[in-house]
Design a protein around this ligand. Structure first.
Ligand SMILES: *[C@@H]1O[C@H](CO)[C@@H](O)[C@H](O)[C@H]1NC(C)=O
Ligand SMILES: *[C@@H]1O[C@H](CO)[C@@H](O)[C@H](O)[C@H]1NC(C)=O
Ligand SMILES: *[C@@H]1O[C@H](CO)[C@@H](O)[C@H](O)[C@H]1NC(C)=O
Length: 419
């Protein structure tokens, strides 16, 4: 087998093989340089986010005090029967085989698939509805067909682990506050691990997306991660266990992934639009930050495989409802701040790439290449999102179709960041 064939086979089989040198073939180091993770997230599918699919929330857009801000409340207001009917339609249409085949032609090799606990370990007294798993399995089969790997990601935990709409329930951070919350998260992971075990495309199971260190003690998160590791590994020993960094700085990453756990991946999310100091950066400063983040990732990657599991091309937070249903943007001072960071900044027309002039398109392409190159200093990257209805800077398929994301997106071949 050639190095390339070995790597493709190894990567398709299991993440464990990623780093196991095969004496008959190539050393793992060569393997990783041939094929880093180059992925997209299937966000907004099994966990609704109003800004990804505004069409589902449009009917409440003009009700000033609508409570329909997340999936919990979407189902609470519609009732289970109507919610089920609408979500069945959504699950059957938002991700189709054509999407997976387009992504494969765009040289995407990995899909990260967010799933909420309510699909896996439901409590029927809650408003959520079920039925996601057959759609999930269909996607895993398509992934196999097109030679892609998948990572199953527990994206919402009971009570919410971060208070974001993308946990299913916006507002408080209540996960771990009630007895049983941790066990239900572990039960959910057991279901994901069983699915992983039955589907060869699955190379990783993520213990929990974005637990907020400001709402949940770090020690609780670490203890949960160790329990999650044991549950996942006992059912699906061949998959890697992925741990989000809980928004802690890289100086604390070694606490998050105990050294004695083998076959783990550290996942950090790097957005440029949710923190004032980063939102304010100039075009060149955004690129420099990406390259610096690449060095940080590369450094930790020598200890534990490290990926950037969420990022986008956005340099403003103008996408409608990005900060939550009916919330405005920091960029034009309609959310949280009273003065725009850049004098005169407007969100008008920013979402739609038809309004981006040649200079902006050229810059977005450079920003994409810088980020791919940077995150490939580690084990790779997973773009958020595979598509969106309107927010073009977050829409991988559309960006690639329009030449703003290069195809193939091989970060290692781009010379944007200094070497
Ligand atoms: C919405 O809430 C605000 C503040 O609580 C209140 O003043 C307003 O009357 C409410 N509007 C409607 C249409 O219920
Ligand atoms: C979170 O927990 C507090 C205290 O138990 C409760 O009052 C609040 O309603 C909970 N929040 C949500 C969104 O369920
Ligand atoms: C790894 O170390 C942690 C403490 O950091 C311990 O709680 C855990 O049981 C250990 N796990 C294994 C598999 O040895």
């Amino acid at each position: 087998m050639s190095v390339k064939q070995f790597c493709t086979v190894a990567l398709a089989l299991a993440a464990t093989l990623l780093c196991v040198p095969d004496t008959a073939a190539a050393p793992a180091k060569v393997c990783r340089s041939v094929e880093p993770i180059r992925g997209v997230n299937l966000g907004g599918l099994f966990v609704l986010e109003p800004w990804i699919t505004p069409s589902l929330f449009e009917q409440w857009a003009t009700s000033p005090n609508s409570t329909v801000v997340d999936e919990w409340n979407y189902c609470a207001v519609l009732g289970k029967q109507e919610c089920q009917a609408r979500l069945n339609r959504h699950w059957g249409s938002f991700v189709q085989e054509a999407d997976i085949s387009i992504l494969a032609s765009q040289h995407i090799n990995t899909l990260r698939i967010p799933v909420g606990y309510w699909a896996l370990a439901p409590d029927h007294s809650e408003p959520y509805v079920q039925g996601q798993i057959p759609y999930l399995k269909q996607i895993l089969d398509w992934a196999s067909k097109y030679g892609m790997r998948t990572i199953l990601d527990l994206h919402g935990a009971p009570g919410s682990q971060n208070g974001f709409d993308n946990s299913g329930l916006r507002g408080d951070i209540n996960w771990t506050k009630r007895p049983g919350d941790i066990q239900r998260a572990l039960d959910s992971l057991a279901v994901l691990a069983r699915i992983a075990n039955d589907h060869p495309s699955v190379v990783g199971v993520q213990a929990l997306n974005e637990p907020a260190n400001w709402g949940i003690p770090k020690t609780t998160i670490i203890q949960f991660y160790i329990q999650a590791y044991n549950v996942i590994k006992s059912i699906a020993p061949q998959v890697a266990v992925v741990f989000h960094d809980a928004f802690l700085p890289d100086s604390e990453w070694s606490d998050i992934v105990p050294r004695n756990l083998t076959d783990t991946i550290l996942d950090t999310h790097i957005y440029h639009v949710f923190v004032d100091d980063v939102l304010k950066l100039s075009d060149n400063e955004h690129i420099s930050k990406a390259c610096d983040d690449g060095k940080m990732i590369g450094k930790f990657n020598t200890r534990t495989r490290t990926i950037c599991g969420e990022f986008s091309l956005a340099t403003n937070d103008c996408a409608r409802w990005l900060n939550g249903f009916q919330h405005g943007a920091r960029w034009d001072a309609t959310y949280l701040n009273t003065k725009p960071y850049v004098p005169g900044a407007t969100c008008q027309g920013q979402e739609d790439m038809r309004n981006w002039d040649a200079k902006k398109r050229e810059y977005m392409k450079r920003f994409a290449m810088a980020q791919f190159q940077a995150y490939e200093m580690g084990t790779g990257w997973i773009f958020w999102n595979f598509k969106t209805e309107n927010a073009d800077a977050w829409n991988y398929i559309k960006l690639a179709q329009n030449g703003i994301i290069p195809n193939p997106p091989n970060g290692g071949s781009f010379g944007i960041c200094p070497r």
